[in-house]
Design a binder for this molecule. Structure first.
Ligand code: FES
Length: 76
């Protein structure tokens, strides 16, 4: 799934966090949960539209969400 989307895709526009940033945070900062991710990168801590699809109240929907990416990265 992640491979179909550019790793430079900015999933969190508020904090300018890309898919690659999330991958890096798992690899380098021992991020294991959404909470860890938010503490480390601040992704999903402003408008919160980027966390998961049901919580996306933005006009333009995201291609992918923080939770989905995190799950994908943690499961290899
Ligand atoms: S897009 Fe991530 S908090 Fe707004």
């Amino acid at each position: 799934m992640l491979k179909e989307i550019d790793l430079d895709y900015e999933v969190c526009n508020c904090l300018k966090i890309t898919i690659q940033d999330i991958i890096n945070s798992v690899k380098n900062n021992n991020v294991k949960s959404l909470r860890d991710l938010q503490e480390t990168t601040k992704a999903g801590t402003e408008c919160r539209n980027c966390i998961f699809p049901e919580g996306d109240f933005g006009k333009v929907k995201k291609k992918v969400y923080c939770k989905t990416i995190l799950k994908g990265v943690l499961n290899g």
